[in-house]
Design a binder for this molecule. Sequence first.
Ligand code: G3I
Length: 459
Amino acid sequence: MTLPLNPQWTRRRFTRAALAAGLASAAPRALPALPIWPLKKKDKRPPAPEPTRVTGPESLRAHAAARGLLYGAAVVPELLDVEGMATQGTTDGYTQLVGAQAGILVAENAMKWHALRPTPQSFDFSQADRLMRFADLMGQRVRGHNLCWHEGQPSWFKSTATRENARQLLVDHIQSVCTHFRGHIQSWDVVNEAIDPADGRPDGLRKSPWLELVGPDYLELAFLTAAQADPAARLVYNDYGIELDTPENEIKRGQVMLLLRRLKARGVPIHAVGVQSHLQATGPQPGAGLVTFIRDAARLGLDVYITEMDVNTRKLEGGPAIQDTVVAKVYADYLGMVLREPNVPVALTWGLTDAHSWLNTVDQPWVKRADGAPQRPLPFDDALNPTPAFYALRTAIDHAHISQPQPAAAPAPTAAPAANPASEPNPDPNADPNPNDLYKPFPVQGSPTTKPTAPQPHK
Ligand code: G3I
């Protein structure tokens, strides 16, 4: 955590501020070097305002924990000074901030297929393992993002995956990844973004490579495989575009709910639905439809995780102060609404600082502001100082429901292993789906071709 170095402060005042801000207690680290300025006995300059207290007991992490909630953020493992943190010597502000503020971490990209699978035969867990080690050092939980998605495949995927081998490929991947991290993951995004009404299927499923190659039971296959490989983890279906009360969002939200009902009706091990929450500073805001969705999820016995919150200011005119004000209000209204629901125990922002937000780093038209200015979508700015969004988040957390301890994860399915999953016939993805034919329970067994790696200690 970087304290503002105010040249008007005395040395004693700086030290007091550092202690008050929790620098000494939030994370094992050295204090930053003290500023050098002439110390005079009688300094006539007006006293500087008290530094804002945002770390230690005043962090988002601590305020969330006090309500029984988990607040966290997506991070880039390459940017974390893991060794420095391990030796209590890091002076890296981003590393300190992540350690101090987040109770749960998720890799923004490092656990996607393209990051983990350099070749069809091999796995590269190096960056994900760094994240796990950091989280262990800081006593943080970790979400796994993600096991099955229509995007993020490695370059070899398209030329390698076929209808004959895709089922096995999916099972092998999930078994190997979940086994590697077994017992260390709070929750897996088992399937990400599988619904797309624009594709026009009666079941709402997106025409993804997995649907094309495996068939509509790929979701069930993914959840069953994950449950067997990492039985303690919560298993999540994660999606976007289901937050608003616009016609498009209402349709998609309805199709996601139907999917959840089908999965539950089939006894598929699923514990939560992730509402990504990539919000907009302008235009319609989330409202009653999302609250109804959250309550419907509760009736199904599902938690709702807020998995990827941020606020896109692309269409908002005005300078940084206006961005900050509007973004803070969007967070306040949104979290003020969803955190009242008792089945919402987890909320993450998609990044912690504006400098690393995908809204400032990806090269896409839907993130570019007309004035060319950077976006300010997160609780800390690019100088690692708290923005008004930080205080909005913290206040909303303070008014959240008090969460009950989460129930233990459901035991792994006990269905007797039957045929090799890969040998099951692939339904024709282009045929009109008959609802009675979808989501057949699918017993999963060990892969004959991939030897799962042994669980790795992360300490
Ligand atoms: O690392 C390369 C860099 O070497 C290269 O110079 C640069 C050129 O554009 O690209 C860099 O890779 C980019 C990577 O982010 C790291 O910044 C990729 O092009 C870019 O496609 C990738 O975007 C990620 C995107 O998912 C696609 O995987 C974003 O960081 C990430 O925030 C975003 O996250 C998704 C969630 O997984 C699912 N929900 C939506 C969310 C936002 O789109």
